[in-house]
Design a protein around this ligand. Structure first.
Ligand code: MG
Length: 384
């Protein structure tokens, strides 16, 4: 029986995780739930799963929960609450699904405490990948990637000697602007950018999919997770999102991982690894494979992908700087303060202006994150 702490339970990964738990009542239980602002959904989840430990964004919401719940769990709030859930003694498996670099400390702490950590928070790997590996090594924790492409790579690479691998290739749907002209992309609206063709996700990652920044962050994530050089990670646009990743070997052959584009599958893979038993997602239908297409990404129309490769090659804190700039730029775009094309301009500006340093400690990484955020904020303000 795996006992779960779900950090970010009201987001799309958290909700899907709870569906996977419901499909495996004898194998999975919920011990802790942490959420940010969505206290209404958290209340419903608590009544359904009755976790012993619950955390929410603010003290006020924690008190509201205490008064509203039909039972009395341990109640926490804020960043300490997140840590209390991540380190809850009754939980052996942590699903890290907090959006952005806010999820970094709790992911690190859980790895250091020897938990299996299913990381949906790609920022913690992009920003502090070396630190996450270090924490897992020091504490005996186990890191499994929930991201569909990386769960696919994990599956493809399990038991493979690194020396046999020539390259890995992750697929990108191409997002809503895949076949748009440069001029049309440059003038894209919020509604257009939020209209993702194949995945239903939160707003931050949906915008990142429209700029291909999400794929760029995933390139960095793949390099960090599997110890691959920047030139060993490639991207192929595959609009049907059914082949999730491929591994190329030195003999010229490839292996592909294929499944329905439903996040419950990679989530279940991580929770139950190494078992791959029936769950809430139907087996892949080969009828759907008749229309597979593959194409190369266009870095001129999607410069954020090129910036991610640049940051990966620079190494050290460069991915953290890019990630922080992008978080600020996407938030400003969603608030109507920036245009769509300004997102890549902001990212480019921060990467060009702030020198990268070695990753160092968690504090140093968070410091680089803060510096980049301030610079990006200043850049946004100067334009609005
Ligand atoms: Mg992904």
């Amino acid at each position: 029986m795996r006992a779960l702490a779900i950090l970010g339970s009201t987001g799309s990964i958290g909700v899907s995780t709870l569906e996977v738990v419901q499909a495996h009542p004898s194998r999975l239980s919920v011990q802790a739930l942490a959420a940010g602002r969505n206290r209404d959904l958290l209340l419903v989840q608590c009544e359904a799963f009755r976790p012993r430990c619950v955390s929410v964004g603010t003290q006020e919401d924690a008190e509201w929960l205490r008064a509203s719940l039909s039972y009395q769990p341990e109640l926490h709030w804020g960043p300490e609450g997140l840590l209390a859930c991540a380190l809850h003694p009754e939980a052996d498996t942590v699903v890290a699904a907090i959006v952005g670099s806010a999820g970094l400390a709790s992911t690190e702490a859980a790895l250091r405490a020897g938990r299996r950590v299913c990381v949906a928070n790609k920022e913690s790997l992009v920003v502090g990948g070396a630190l996450m590996h270090e924490a897992a090594l020091a504490g005996g924790g186990e890191l499994l990637p929930v991201d569909s492409e990386h769960a696919a790579l994990h599956q493809l690479l399990a038991g493979r000697a690194p020396a046999t691998i020539r390259e890995v290739r992750i697929t990108a749907s191409g997002g809503p602007f895949r076949d748009w002209s440069l001029a049309r992309i440059q003038a894209a609206t919020i509604e257009e950018a939020l209209n993702h063709p194949t995945w239903k996700m939160g707003p931050k990652i949906t915008i990142d999919s429209a700029t291909l920044m999400n794929k760029g962050l995933e390139v960095i994530e793949a390099s960090v997770l599997f110890g691959l050089r920047p030139d060993q990670v490639a991207v192929t646009v595959h609009p049907q999102s059914q082949v999730h990743a491929m591994v190329g070997f030195h003999d010229g052959s490839y292996q592909l991982q294929v499944c329905a584009n439903d996040m419950k599958l990679p989530i279940q893979y991580c929770l139950l690894f190494p078992d791959q038993c029936p769950g809430p997602v139907a087996s892949y239908s080969w009828e759907d494979a008749r229309h597979w297409t593959f194409e190369a990404p266009d870095l001129e129309r999607f410069p954020c992908l090129g910036l991610a490769f640049q940051a990966l090659r620079e190494g050290g804190t460069a991915p953290a700087l890019l990630n922080a700039a992008n978080e600020v730029a996407v938030a400003a775009f969603l608030q109507g303060r920036l245009g769509f094309w300004d997102i890549q301009a902001c990212n480019q500006e921060v990467l060009a202006r702030i020198p990268a340093t070695p990753q160092g400690s968690l504090a140093q990484v968070l410091d680089a994150d803060l510096t980049a955020r301030r610079h990006a904020e200043g850049w946004v303000q100067a334009r609005t």
